[in-house]
Structures are given as C-alpha cells and as structure tokens.
Design a protein around this ligand. Structure first.
Ligand SMILES: NC(=O)c1ccc[n+]([C@@H]2O[C@H](COP(=O)([O-])OP(=O)(O)OC[C@H]3O[C@@H](n4cnc5c(N)ncnc54)[C@H](OP(=O)(O)O)[C@@H]3O)[C@@H](O)[C@H]2O)c1
Length: 215
C-alpha cells in the first residue's frame, strides 16, 4: 500500500515510517522538502543498517497526501487545522489520526475540541474522507526502537467499516501489535484521552514510554 505521512519528520511520523516502510511504500511529508529528505535518509540508515528493506522518500506534505492511499496525520493538535487547510485532495482516502489533543498543566490533561475529539474534528474538516483514529497510544520512541517488538494494543475507531478494516490489517502486519475495533469515530475521545493518562502514570511512577495491552 502507498502510505503518505503528513508531518512525517516528527517523532511519531519518523517512528511509524521506519516500521511501515519495511512492507509498504511510504512518503514522508513536511512543510520543508529538505527536512523531509533528511528525515527520509535517517530512516533509511536505521532500517537498512539492520539489513531490512526500506521504501521511504521525503516530499512536501501535499505530495505525501497525493501519494498515499492511506494518509496519516502526524501533526500536533494545535497545528492540525492549519495543516489540513494547506493540503487538498484527501477525498475518498483513508485518513488516519493519531492526534491527541492534550495540555500539560500541573498534570497532563485531555482537552478535546468542540467536535468531541481530534478525529471528529478531522472528519468535519474532511467530510469526504474515511477518517480512522489509530496509533494514538504508542510512544514514538517505541516505534523507533527497531530491535524491540511493539508489544502493544492499538484501539481503532472509525465510521467506515472498510477503512477500519484496512487499518486493522496494517496493524496486524506489524509483529506483536494487536489491533482492536474500538467502535465508531464517536468513541475516539476515549482513545485519545488514554495518552495523557499514560503520561501521568509515567511521570508519577518514574516510568518511560508506558503503553497498553488488552487481556
Ligand atoms: N510523539 C509521540 O510519542 C506520539 C504518540 C502517539 C500519538 N502522537 C500524536 O501524533 C501527533 C504528532 O506528534 P509528534 O510528537 O510526532 O509531533 P512533533 O514531532 O512535535 O511534530 C510533528 C511534525 O509537525 C510539523 N509541524 C510542527 N509545527 C508545525 C506548524 N506550525 N504547522 C504545521 N506543521 C507543523 C513538523 O513537520 P515539518 O516541520 O517537517 O513540517 C513536525 O515534524 C500529535 O498529535 C501527537 O498527539 C504522538
């Protein structure tokens, strides 16, 4: 599958690209094509350095959006609306939101938009795209730790059954990752608010990269 990552030069974008590019064609998007090229080269170094195949190229965010059959929005919540206004042509595509709207106050807290969740905001802005919330709760460092398995659960929310199936199939291809249908897009708020919980658990218990499994 062709996967475009908008904001692909960031932590989660690069981490996901390193894993997914071993079996899929990935285009890392950025506002700055030079930065995207550098991020792409770093991914090649890490992945191919381990003798693994790597299909990644850097590009503009628009080219990544055009390229992907699936487009992942690896963008901080505060830049989400502006970024979506800067790209076009996402109609009919599977658009994946790993975005967690949260703030660090005395502790990390979930601050959803009026739509109910970041994923629902994306769906309002992209009414003709098939928006799926997924990959919200795995720390970028875990994606980048290529020598370690990703032993985590991935709750997946969406209103389009076929799009949700596509994302669950992608999850199933990554060794040890376990995807779960978590319901329609209206349940995305429950998934997005897990991350501030995990960050608080990490902070108050002196842990790192806390994740979840369902048993
Ligand atoms: N980090 C994690 O562990 C993690 C885990 C799960 C989910 N998430 C979610 O994934 C999303 C991305 O997180 P991240 O940690 O990867 O973010 P990040 O590294 O802070 O930023 C990602 C990319 O966003 C772009 N960006 C930065 N400022 C921007 C602006 N003003 N306008 C447009 N684009 C801008 C940058 O790309 P360019 O400068 O190349 O354009 C940057 O590389 C967030 O919504 C987060 O909640 C993160």
């Amino acid at each position: 599958m062709r996967i475009g990552i908008v904001g692909g030069t960031g932590d989660i974008g690069e981490g996901m690209a390193m894993r997914l590019s071993q079996t899929h064609d990935v285009r890392l998007g950025s506002r700055d094509v030079t930065k995207a090229g550098e991020a792409s080269r770093e991914c090649h170094l890490q992945v191919e350095g381990r003798g693994l195949p790597c299909a990644i190229d850097g590009s503009s965010n628009q080219e990544a959006a055009d390229f992907g059959e699936m487009v992942i929005l690896a963008i901080p919540f505060k830049h989400l609306v502006g970024t979506l206004e800067s790209v076009s042509g996402l109609e009919g595509k599977v658009v994946v939101s790993p975005v967690n709207p949260m703030e660090r106050r005395e502790f990390f807290t979930y601050v959803p938009p009026e739509e109910g969740s970041a994923a629902q905001l994306v769906q309002r802005l992209l009414p003709d795209s098939k928006v799926v919330a997924a990959f919200n709760v795995i720390a970028a460092n875990r994606w980048k730790a290529l020598d370690e398995p990703l032993d985590y659960a991935v709750p997946v929310c969406g209103d389009d059954p076929e799009a949700k199936r596509t994302v669950l199939d992608l999850v199933a291809e990554v060794p040890r990752l376990q995807g779960y249908d978590a319901g329609p897009l209206g349940t995305a708020c429950m998934v997005e608010c897990i991350t501030p919980l995990l960050l608080n658990v990490a902070r108050y218990n002196k842990m790192r990269d806390v994740g979840i499994l369902f048993r």
